[in-house]
Design a binder for this molecule. Structure first.
Ligand SMILES: Nc1nc2c(ncn2[C@@H]2O[C@H](COP(=O)(O)OP(=O)(O)O)[C@@H](O)[C@H]2O)c(=O)[nH]1
Ligand SMILES: [Mg+2]
Length: 273
């Protein structure tokens, strides 16, 4: 690494981009997929979303990351893992936000032999029917990460009020303008990574609790030179249960992009280098 560090940032990224395409992303078999699904108070969704994901094919497995729910989610999750012992696992943690829940989930995934790792919400906004096409795209040559995108041709949102639309639209444009991240749906949370991407993302630099976490992971992957593609998805609003989006989470995202652009958080190198 010291050798490449002599180049300026741009060349380092270009170098990774080139090797990324040529060496690291040429294995095209779909196998062993883990869908990491964070949940707090999802008793109205958990019983339907888990089988709906498993139905997409025998390659799909689920890790439920449950944090301090006050409804029946923890018991229902345990029940499902007993019902599908080889395919559904559960970990419970402190309720610190989506970011820390995913960091725990990714660590769990990397300790095991999964080739593709998904991030997916439990509330059916991320529709299970997209899992397979996104996995297939992620396994094509030269692609490392696929973002289920509301802002690429063919994608969109359903049943959103003007406030959520404006927030999502403004958030994406703002993020791209300040950070330069070449992803149209910068705050998207339906994402699949090839395992090597997560192996090289530094969890110590993922500080955010909410949406900003989505920006941080995409930013790191891009800076490391991984090739990110967007797959169009239709994103209906949740029908059951309540959103956990708060003003605090929005505020965190607004300041995060500046930290990525100008602060230490944005100085990205491979983990341990
Ligand atoms: N484990 C865990 N899951 C969370 C936390 N906050 C939100 N979630 C889950 O993350 C997903 C997205 O949250 P949601 O409330 O739907 O956010 P929205 O889609 O932006 O309104 C859902 O599956 C939630 O249950 C948290 O602190 N810990
Ligand atoms: Mg949601």
């Amino acid at each position: 690494m010291t050798f490449f560090a002599k180049f300026d940032g741009k060349k380092v990224h270009q170098f990774y981009r080139t090797i990324g395409r040529k060496i690291m992303a040429t294995d095209n078999f779909i196998s062993n997929i883990l869908v990491v699904m964070p949940m707090v108070n999802e008793e109205g969704n958990i019983g339907r979303i888990v089988p709906a994901v498993l139905e997409q094919g025998p390659e799909f497995n689920i890790l439920i990351c449950e944090d301090e729910s006050t409804d029946r989610t923890p018991e229902l999750a345990e029940e499902l893992s007993r019902k599908y012992p080889d395919r559904v696992s559960v970990i419970h943690g402190k309720r610190e936000g989506l970011g820390p829940a995913y960091v725990r989930g990714f660590k769990w995934a990397l300790e095991r032999d999964y080739k593709l790792i998904f991030e997916m919400d439990a509330d059916f906004s991320h529709q299970p029917k997209y899992l397979r096409p996104m996995a297939e795209l992620a396994m094509t040559d030269g692609v490392h990460m696929v973002v289920g995108s509301r802002r690429t041709k063919g994608g969109g949102v359903e049943n959103w009020d003007w406030y959520r639309r404006l927030l999502s639209w403004g958030g994406s444009i703002y993020t791209r303008l300040i950070t330069g991240l070449p992803v149209k749906d910068a705050t998207a949370g339906f994402v699949v990574y090839r395992r090597e991407v997560l192996e090289h993302i530094d969890p110590a630099k993922l500080s955010a609790g909410g949406y900003a976490f989505q920006i941080e992971t995409k930013y790191q992957a891009w800076k490391l030179g991984y090739n990110i593609r967007e797959y169009p998805i239709i994103f209906p609003d949740r029908e059951v249960g309540e959103t956990k989006l708060t003003k605090k989470i929005i505020g965190e995202a607004i300041t995060m992009v500046w930290k990525l652009r100008f602060g230490k958080a944005g100085k990205i190198s491979r983990k341990g280098e």
